[in-house]
Design a protein around this ligand. Structure first.
Ligand code: KIV
Length: 272
């Protein structure tokens, strides 16, 4: 498959709004480093999320809670250097914005200044509205995130589907409207029933991007290491695997080990 041509227009928050308006679905994947970002951007993705899932995927933690602001900035700046077309959105990590709106703004400014990213994402509804408004006054676009919000995993106790009960679905509908009214440019919905996600997408003018939220939203996001089959342990129903890179990479490593042991590598042509 060929890479996209250099004749491209950079994706902006406005491009995403236009895509929703004309019914074009939005594609979003995570990346945490330069090389992966370059491949994903070259593949034509619209949005690259430097997710705090880096805590799981890159660092091997069980949850997203341990990753720090400094670590997110390191990942984000690496990604930005690999991207020419996609909009780069960075998660504000746990503990960098929940204290108060000033803390949220200071963390956001560090991300924007030190990484060169284009927008930030925050988990939560009504409780973070003040922070969202304050960040927006500094001219930084904010993406919301509702449904399963992994930074609150110890409150939920499980990674099961959210908002299956009426009260929670109602709260999610209200929160989504509040986030739009506060000025978020897009909203991620994670692991909620498809009918509810459809309702939210129909209710809002801003694009709604789903992960495990069914097909009736305005776009889809997956964790790249999951959809590329690098991570083999995570098998939720919503995940479609587009490659078996774990298999490909393991075979390559086995082959290298064999060649070294057999004194086949390097050969005459592979040395100086
Ligand atoms: O951190 C992340 O990768 C995310 C996606 C799952 C949306 O927030």
């Amino acid at each position: 498959m060929s890479s996209i041509s250099k004749e491209f227009k950079r994706i902006t928050t406005h491009s995403l709004a236009e895509m929703k308006e004309r019914g074009e679905k939005i594609s979003m994947l995570t990346a945490y480093d330069f090389s992966m970002a370059r491949i994903i951007d070259g593949g034509g993705i619209d949005v690259i999320l430097v997710g705090d899932s880096a805590s799981n995927v890159m660092a091997g933690h069980e949850t997203t809670l341990p990753i720090t602001l400094d670590q997110m900035i390191y990942h984000a700046s690496s990604v930005v250097r690999g991207v020419q077309r996609a909009l780069v959105v960075v998660d504000l990590p746990f503990g960098s914005y929940q204290g108060n709106s000033k803390e949220a703004l200071v963390s956001t400014i560090r991300i924007m200044k030190e990484s060169g990213a284009h927008a930030i994402k925050m988990e939560g509804g009504e409780e973070i509205l003040e922070s969202i408004r304050r960040i927006l006054t500094a001219g930084v676009p904010v993406m919301g995130h509702l449904g399963l919000t992994p930074q609150s995993i110890y409150k939920f106790g499980t990674y099961a589907v959210r908002a299956t009960e009426d009260w929670e679905a109602e709260k999610l509908l209200q929160d989504s409207k509040l986030l739009e009214e506060a000025g978020c440019f897009a909203l991620v919905l994670e692991k909620i029933p498809s009918d509810l996600a459809k309702k939210v997408a129909e209710n809002l003018q801003i694009p709604v991007i789903g992960i495990g939220a069914g097909r009736h939203v305005d776009g889809q996001v997956l964790v790249s290491h999951d959809m590329l089959g690098i991570n083999t342990e995570f098998k939720p129903r919503f995940l479609r695997k587009y490659a078996d890179l774990h298999g490909v990479m393991t075979d390559a490593v086995h082959h290298f080990v064999q060649d070294v042991k057999a004194r086949d590598f390097p050969n005459e042509k592979e040395q100086y």
